[in-house]
Design a protein around this ligand. Structure first.
Ligand code: ACO
Length: 385
């Protein structure tokens, strides 16, 4: 092949930065309509589900394909409840972590341990029972670590609780109040799936190698952790605490943007309109969160959007899901370092649904890179370098 031909081929290779616009899989599960600011789960607009469907109904919808009938839901809830208790060996592993370990790192460790202690169950052929067995234990891993790091004993789940109730019960050991578990349940519904986001892509890549479901979800947790993906809500809380008062909003935001910092809770790769989840969470925060904190959030949002529009014209930066997640999760009683792990509790359903879909029509995901280095170097022995 002549050099001229090689050059032409290289020029023609697409290299979208950050894989923007690249279609990596076909899915029936969910889609983000970025221009319209619309999110759909298996045909249902998120507004159809939020505040109406339980998290269990949405999990059933994503995993099985339709909203459950009463008997199907009862059976499904019983299966989830039967899978919530953690194996003792996983709790033992969590006890070994220093109290300084971030809950997201503890989740990644606990999940990995779950797969390591039962490799025959979580093998390279993921199925719905495994998805239920793993997703049902996400809240338990987090709650057990939350308690052992404070020197408290983990609490056994109760079969009568739904997912949101069970999570709060295992965390705090008190019967959860409706004003706490209901907003948490709606939050879990809103965050259950979201197209080909970075952590879902990670899970699908791992599944495509015929690895196991625990590995796929452990990798997804690692991808979710970063602030450009799911790691932003506790940083939103830090930002609002640092701002402190409405009088300080403008100065704080301008200083952050002058430094070249990103404002947490704003911007999105796909949404070029308001994230519909942000709109729903804003209304939830309006009623659930502390009025002063909500007022500060609103003022900060309004000024941030105006400044981003002025400084980044044409970028179409809007509020994303993370901004009001902070207010809602704080109102539910969760500390800041449990925000991203709680996002993972919701997304465990979407990740595993994507793994099942990938497995059903698998082909190894193995993209190309554009090689931009030299090719003609000669090895020089170490004593001659
Ligand atoms: N604050 C300030 N500027 C921003 C922000 C922001 N939050 N978001 C994007 N921009 C600017 C960038 O600086 C860039 O400007 P430039 O072209 O003048 O250099 C332009 O907008 C485009 O930015 P990209 O990085 O190309 O956008 P991308 O699609 O890669 O990033 C992302 C999307 C990562 C979410 C980004 O908007 C961001 O960093 N936001 C803050 C972190 C955050 O809120 N993360 C949660 C995301 S939601 C989720 O994953 C659940």
């Amino acid at each position: 092949m002549s050099q001229a031909t090689t050059m032409v081929e290289e020029v023609q290779l697409p290299k979208p930065e950050g894989l923007e616009g690249v279609v990596a899989a076909s899915t029936l599960l969910s889609h983000v309509f970025g221009e319209e600011g619309k999110l759909v789960y298996r045909g249902y607009d998120i507004h159809e589900l939020a505040g109406k469907a339980s998290f269990e109904e949405v999990a059933f919808l994503l995993w099985i394909g339709h909203l459950p009938a009463k008997a199907e839901l009862a059976d499904f809830r019983a299966k989830l409840a039967a899978n919530r208790e953690l194996p003792g060996a996983v709790i033992d592993v969590l006890r070994l972590l220093p109290a300084s370990t971030a809950p997201m790192d503890a989740l990644r460790t606990g999940l990995s341990a779950l797969g390591a202690i039962d490799p025959d169950r979580f093998d390279g052929t993921p199925d719905l029972d495994e998805a239920i067995a793993i997703a049902a234990r996400f809240p338990g891993i987090l709650a057990a670590y939350f308690r052992v790091r404070q020197g408290l004993e983990p609490i056994k789940p109760k079969a009568s609780h739904n997912t949101a109730q069970s999570y709060l019960w295992q965390l705090f050991g008190e019967e959860p109040e409706e004003r706490h578990w209901k907003p948490l349940e709606t939050y879990l519904v809103l965050l259950a799936d979201h197209g080909m986001n970075a952590s879902t892509f990670t899970a699908r890549v791992i599944a495509s190698t015929q690895s196991d479901l625990c590995s796929a979800l452990t990798g997804a947790v690692g991808a979710l952790k970063g602030p450009l993906h799911g790691g932003a809500p506790s940083l939103v809380l830090d930002m609002l605490h640092e701002i402190g008062t409405a009088a300080n909003v403008e100065t704080w935001l301008n200083a952050a943007l002058d430094r070249g910092d990103r404002l947490m809770g704003f911007g999105h790769r796909v949404y070029k309109a308001e994230d519909p989840r942000a709109e729903i969470l804003r209304e939830m925060a309006r009623t659930a969160s502390d009025p002063d904190f909500f007022a500060l959030s609103l003022t900060t949002e309004e000024r941030a959007l105006a400044l981003l529009n002025e400084r980044k014209p044409g970028r179409r930066l809007y509020t994303n899901v993370e901004f009001y997640s902070a207010a809602v999760l704080a109102a539910v009683g969760l500390p800041g370092d449990m925000f991203t792990p709680t996002f993972a509790v919701a997304r465990s359903v979407g990740w595993s649904a994507h793994v099942l879909e990938q497995t059903a029509h698998n082909r190894l995901i193995r993209p190309q890179s554009e090689f931009v280095g030299p090719t003609n170097k000669t090895f020089v022995p170490i004593d001659q370098r």
